[in-house]
Design a protein around this ligand. Structure first.
Ligand code: G1P
Length: 289
């Protein structure tokens, strides 16, 4: 079945970025000149997904405004004769058909996904967590859709993570079935290194079959007292197979201030307009040891 819909969860408080996130959504912090969430929506569109469902929460209006038209701004840019920026702001409002649903209580990622049931309906869908930005020649989600086409099951994106960092990820127990593709035998949310079944960590891209909605209803709170998607997928494993795909590309974790900083630096080094001057600047920095 062709996947048409993408769910993007952006309902968190962004507490790791306070005070910057006191009155603006974390997903609107800019990486170079684009808010984080725009990278993810562009990946969804480039992967052929037509309908986007964004899970938001109190205080997240800036996201809706960003993807809406701004006639005043367009008018100002037109008067200034800035055709390039005018086209860019119009392009953003035409990127995709987006609808929004609010998560009224912060009960975890599994809960955020579960409230999209009526909007997604009875069909498989893609899920994006905007903390993870992936640079790739072929969009990471497009790569995953090909895996889903072959196996017809839910697919989670994975990458090799440092063994000491397993407690930051959902970790899978893998059985390799082809290059980059694994059947998931089991999975566990944020295990300590000594309990981790491997060092393949889940990153924020998933393709989920609609059966996830019924299992999430049965999923009890897990790590941190939250309803965890990883725990839901573990229950789903009792009914149907689950695959993991080690995508090609570079993932940036913008979920922490340090990760965000690293992502900004790396993206700047890959940005044609900035790279050479920025490299020059970095070279000249007298870094203390
Ligand atoms: C979530 C998931 C975790 C996954 C991670 C990927 O955790 O619960 O399984 O590995 O996203 O970024 P979070 O980073 O939101 O705590």
């Amino acid at each position: 079945m062709k996947i048409r819909k993408a769910v993007v969860t952006s309902a968190g408080w962004g507490t790791r970025f306070l005070p910057a996130t006191k009155s603006q959504p974390k997903e609107m912090l800019p990486l170079i000149d684009k808010p984080i969430i725009q990278y993810v929506i562009e990946e969804a569109v480039a992967s052929g997904l037509e309908q986007i469902i964004i899970v938001t929460a109190l205080g997240k209006h800036a996201i809706e405004n960003h993807f809406d038209r701004s006639f005043e701004l367009e008018h100002v840019l037109r008067q200034k004769g800035d055709e390039r920026l005018l086209r860019e702001v119009q392009r953003i409002s035409e990127l995709a058909s987006i609808c929004y649903i609010r998560q009224k209580e912060q009960l975890g990622l599994g809960h955020a996904v579960s409230i999209t049931q009526d909007l997604v309906g009875d069909e498989p869908f893609a899920l994006f967590l905007p903390d993870d930005i992936i640079e790739a020649e072929v969009p990471a989600m497009k790569q995953m859709l090909q895996v889903h086409d072959r196996y017809g099951c839910s697919v989670v994106a994975v990458e090799t993570v440092p063994p000491e960092n397993t407690a930051a990820y959902g970790i899978i127990s893998p059985k390799q079935v082809e290059e980059r593709v694994y059947q998931v035998l089991d999975l566990v949310e944020k295990p300590e290194p000594e309990e981790a079944p491997s060092n393949l960590g889940i990153v924020g891209r998933y393709i989920l079959t609609p059966e996830i909605f019924s299992v999430l209803k049965e999923t009890p709170p897990g790590k941190g007292g939250e309803i965890q998607l990883t725990d839901g997928l573990r229950l789903l494993l009792q009914q149907q197979a689950l695959y993991a795909y080690r995508f090609q590309g570079t993932r940036h974790d913008t979920g922490t201030p340090l990760g965000f900083l690293k992502a900004s630096v790396e993206l700047a080094l890959h940005c044609p307009d900035l790279a050479s001057e920025f490299k020059e600047y970095l070279r000249k920095l007298d870094l203390p040891h």
